[in-house]
Ligand binder design. Structure first.
Ligand code: SAM
Length: 313
């Protein structure tokens, strides 16, 4: 059978966007992600690419209109330098296995697809995730940095809030570190993805998933700026969490620092990620004014995640 192979190279941060855009138009099961394939041409000196993403379409009537739709969808990412241009080739026979979605994060986490065979090393913590419409495949630096700080700060029996749970990756990780989790997201699809992830990873007894937000977070609307999102449930901050993690825009962190202040127990920790180093001072200023001090940070290229502890006075 003849197939059309669409391929592009992407940075770490673009992988989730490409997958989400393709999944949104129905290609969720057709995506293959592999480590960046070096082109044959010796002239290439593009060092930024981490992954090659391929999509396979049957070469049949109507394929051209699908191609145009996909090219339009992905062109903004190319224009902003996050991917190469889409390359299109006709091939006989679709590669059976091209997916290399198993990757290690921090000392112990291994992210992999639900059906991937893997022989764990002692102390490995497996996070099995389907490709979903929600953000959080584990490829984005902000997710990776959040996991690194969670590994350092989560202790068994802690009560943790995962604000903006997306795919559920952080909630699963926290639960597998032995804590209980309240997972909140104001996006209904993210809530469904997290529910699926917690079930597939066998941590549903430790994770409660709610479509909602913390305090003023429920007034902030959809993070991508859509206007149709209904107001979601509000979880009132009540000094009940030992740790909060939020991989979210800097402006959301800044708006929510008073809520974080009220939501954590004395000496509680907030792990704030989702922004680049240029926002770190502004975010730290807001946390400091709310009574926190920075106690840890993790950085990958321009991305940063910060851990703040509530100072007891
Ligand atoms: C960057 S994704 C993070 C997903 C996942 N936690 C991770 O680390 O990969 C941000 C998530 O926060 C959610 N979100 C954005 N603003 C929110 C708010 N005000 N309240 C609750 N969830 C929010 C989005 O719907 C999205 O799923």
């Amino acid at each position: 059978m003849s197939w059309i192979e669409l391929s592009l190279n992407a940075t770490h941060e673009a992988v989730d966007w490409v997958c989400t855009l393709l999944a949104d138009v129905g290609y969720i099961d057709d995506i293959q992600i592999a480590n960046y394939r070096q082109p044959d041409r010796a002239t290439s000196h593009e060092n930024d690419w981490a992954f090659t993403i391929c999509l396979y379409l049957p070469n049949e009537v109507g394929a051209n209109s699908q191609l145009e739709k996909i090219a339009d969808l992905l062109s903004p990412l190319h224009r902003t330098g996050l991917t190469t241009a889409l390359e299109i080739a006709t091939i006989e026979g679709k590669p059976v296995e091209g997916r290399d979605r198993t990757h290690r994060i921090g000392q112990r986490f291994v992210v992999l697809a639900p059906d991937t065979r893997y022989q764990p090393q002692p102390n490995d913590i497996l996070l099995r995730l389907e490709t979903s419409l929600s953000f959080g495949s584990g490829f984005h630096p902000a997710t990776r940095l959040s996991l690194e700080l969670l590994e350092r700060h989560v202790r068994p029996a802690m009560n943790v809030l995962d604000l903006g749970c997306g795919s559920g990756i952080l909630s699963v990780a926290i639960a597998k570190l032995g804590a209980t989790v309240l997972a909140l997201d104001n996006d209904n699809i993210a809530v469904q993805s997290t529910q699926t992830a917690v079930q597939q990873n066998g941590v549903d007894s430790q994770v409660t998933v709610i479509e909602g937000s913390l305090g003023q977070g429920s007034d902030l609307g959809h993070w991508m700026g859509g206007t149709t999102q209904e107001k979601v449930a509000t979880i009132a901050p009540a000094a009940e969490f030992d740790l909060i993690v939020a991989n979210i825009f800097a402006r959301v962190h800044i708006a929510l620092t008073p809520d974080f202040r009220q939501a954590v127990r004395p000496s509680g920790i907030v792990i704030a990620a989702g922004f680049t180093i240029d926002y770190a001072d502004e975010v730290t200023k807001a946390f400091t004014e709310a009574g926190f001090e920075e106690v840890d940070r993790a950085r990958s290229q321009e991305w940063v995640a910060l851990a703040y502890r509530l100072i007891i006075v």
